[in-house]
Design a protein around this ligand. Structure first.
Ligand SMILES: [Zn+2]
Length: 236
């Protein structure tokens, strides 16, 4: 039996989160995979699908409507409305999930290197604090699966983008000959710590989408792919 998805936040009740494997992937965007939704008990939820333009706009979802909703120019969403299924699609870029069990609020963002440079993950946490009164110390976050430092080789321009904003002495980037490697997971983790989240409430997936072909598709490894793995999060 092929594994369709990994569960995210399975230790909590009242919330369902997932990240699909390549077996639960779909072609392009938005993410509609009925088998995954059905197995998770999410088939009847309202689907929210951001366009994903590698920026840092986050939409606040204030009510549950009927049909699926597409959000232009958007890379993340927060909500406190049960039955609203936040989704994103991925083929190496990081998903970051958020859950505040006290205020019953969630968030989901798409963080590639541009979104990470634009601070989309800590922005989601801040918006949860502003909109729902979440305390930074109450918010749980989970980063990845996605491309890890082992495989995220970049040109000098990406390295420079981060170098100007980040002190890389903690190992979040390395230069090997003419090659540069960036630890996007580590940078997101530190951004969330800097936003006030407790370190032990920031989970980081050990899965690298690029070097685990048995479980994930990868834009980088495959030199482009039509398949997109889906991230989802929903309050029940
Ligand atoms: Zn890797």
């Amino acid at each position: 039996m092929k594994q369709l998805y990994l569960e995210i936040f399975s230790e909590f009740s009242g919330v369902k989160g997932f990240f699909s494997t390549k077996y639960g992937a779909c072609k392009g965007s938005p993410y509609y995979h009925e088998a995954v939704f059905e197995k998770q008990g999410l088939a009847g939820m309202q689907r929210i699908c951001p366009e994903q333009v590698h920026k840092n706009h986050i939409q606040v979802i204030r009510e549950k409507g009927d049909g699926p909703v597409t959000l232009p120019g958007t890379d993340g969403m927060i909500t406190n409305v049960p039955g609203v299924l936040l989704t994103t699609v991925h083929a190496d870029c990081l998903p970051v999930w958020f859950f505040d069990p006290e205020k019953k609020a969630i968030g989901l963002v798409h963080a590639g290197w541009r979104g990470t440079a634009a601070g989309i993950a800590p922005k989601a946490a801040r918006l949860m604090m502003e909109n729902y009164g979440s305390k930074a110390g109450d918010i749980y976050a989970y980063i990845g699966p996605g491309i890890s430092k082992c495989c995220f080789e970049t040109g000098p321009e990406v390295y420079e983008e981060f170098r100007t904003a980040w002190d890389f002495t903690s190992g979040m980037a390395k230069k090997q000959g003419e090659k540069y490697y960036i630890d996007l997971k580590g940078i997101n983790q530190r951004q969330l710590k800097d936003a006030g989240l407790w370190p032990d409430k920031i989970g980081v997936s050990g899965h690298c989408t690029c070097c685990e072909p048995e479980l994930f598709c990868s834009y980088r490894r495959e030199g482009g792919t039509y398949l997109r793995m889906g991230a989802g999060l929903c309050l029940l």
